[in-house]
Design a protein around this ligand. Structure first.
Ligand SMILES: [Zn+2]
Length: 419
């Protein structure tokens, strides 16, 4: 990005600020290194492969891109190259281009450089890679990691959040699955609830700093309807399709509401995915009105600004005292959309309700760097614009950046307290 001298200076100051990485899906370093990523992960980790598929790359190849282990560049680059030219301008790809430019000193990603880039990824596979990326390159002191594939990491830099819905109620084997996971025998609705309570409370004892769920249009809990659905499901799991329009929704909504009580008792927030992901019509951030107002005892951290429904998400952050806005993933979905909405958010939303950064990566830790640079570019652009418009001065701009990158995540996830 090219800016005026004022914004360039502000960007340099923002680069020095420390950050909380409020959302990742990374394995602990030891397990990450066991994957022996070879360079192909640069295009899978961080979603570029979705854009490659959208541009025409076969889904069958996409399905192999996250796999670990050595694969020669000559095998995989020819599968990507025909689509890369059309994809390299998206924000997903921009995070990779910044990463390769700043970490490896390589300006272009093409047939001439891909071999060297892959060799650099392979030589990065050694102990200390997390220190290098998080501490040295990013000044990230804490990472809130989604514990969805592994146990809680022993790395003191990592804290975990875990799934709120301990089983997928849309699956006909959900009762058996929850029974197996919890060790409880489940013969009635009360057993089902208790098995979930038990697992969630175990998470809290292991250090979970919050729970995560996905946005849905939730009904008020109705115990009688939930009990009826549970009885049908228990007696005839395979007959589910005939009994319910699509799945036992009253049961799901009842359990959601009940299991939220663990978050309330433990005083931890609940992160709520909204917006972009598959059929995003079903992930409208406005659905938060179906449960957040009646659960004022819980703090909800609304993820991804409901992209592309960002203005609705901003208005939600303005209106509801128990909802904050978490911009994890936003700058790499669209950096420009993030710039325009975050500038509006300064007008709309109190400063204590924004968490600016979460890498949201799974198989490529290096790209946390590129993603964070993109968020810091966003901050310099919008805060610089406000300084130039005389809305406030540089000191205020830097205080806002620090709140959004660091202080607010500490406060909302209670990371300052000893665990
Ligand atoms: Zn995520």
């Amino acid at each position: 990005m090219r800016w005026s001298d004022l914004v360039e200076g502000l960007f340099k100051d923002i680069l020095e600020l420390k950050t909380i990485d409020a959302h990742e899906h990374l394995l602990p370093e030891e397990e990450y290194l066991e994957q022996e990523y070879c360079g192909l992960n640069l295009f899978a980790g961080g979603y570029i492969y979705h854009d490659l598929e959208s541009a025409g790359m076969p889904a069958s190849f996409k399905g192999t891109m996250r796999l670990g282990g050595y694969r020669p560049v000559a095998e995989w680059w020819p599968q990507i190259a025909p689509y890369w030219e059309n994809v390299k301008t998206t924000s997903f790809s921009n995070a990779l281009r910044i990463t390769v430019r700043d970490l490896y000193g390589i300006q272009e990603i093409d047939a001439d450089t891909i071999g060297e880039i892959a060799a650099r990824v392979q030589s990065d596979n050694r102990r200390g890679i997390y220190d290098w990326i998080f501490e040295e390159k990013c000044k990230i002191s804490k990472v809130i990691d989604c514990i969805d594939r592994t146990l809680f990491p022993r790395d003191p830099r990592f804290v975990g959040i875990t799934e709120l819905m301990k089983v997928n109620i849309k699956r006909s084997d959900c009762i058996q699955t929850l029974a197996a996971r919890s060790g409880h025998s489940i013969s009635n609705l009360n057993d089902f609830e208790e098995a979930g309570f038990d697992l969630l409370e175990r998470d809290i004892r292991h250090g979970s700093v919050g729970f995560k769920t996905i946005i849905d249009d939730r009904c008020e809990p109705d115990k009688d309807a939930a009990e009826k659905e549970f009885t049908w499901l228990k007696s005839d799991p395979t007959g589910m399709k005939g009994r319910f329009s699509s799945y036992p929704k009253a049961l799901s909504d009842y359990l959601f509401d009940r299991w939220l009580n663990v978050a309330a008792r433990a005083n931890v927030p609940v992160a709520v995915h909204s917006g972009y992901w598959g059929d995003f019509r079903k992930l409208d951030p406005k659905f938060i009105y179906s449960f957040a107002p009646r659960r004022s005892d819980i703090h909800f951290d609304l993820f991804h600004l409901g992209m592309p429904m960002v203005r609705e998400a901003a208005m939600i952050g303005k209106n509801l005292p128990n909802v904050s806005l978490n911009l994890t993933w936003c700058p790499i979905i669209s950096q420009r959309q993030t710039i325009s909405i975050l500038n509006e958010i300064i007008d709309l939303v109190p400063l204590n309700k924004i968490i600016a950064f979460g890498g949201d990566y799974r198989v490529c830790v290096q790209k946390v760097y590129g993603h964070l640079v993109m968020m810091k570019e966003v901050l310099a652009t919008i805060l610089g614009d406000r300084i130039q418009s005389s809305d406030f001065g540089t000191n205020t701009a830097l205080k806002i950046a620090q709140r959004w990158l660091y202080d607010n995540a500490i406060e909302l996830y209670h990371l300052g307290v000893a665990r």
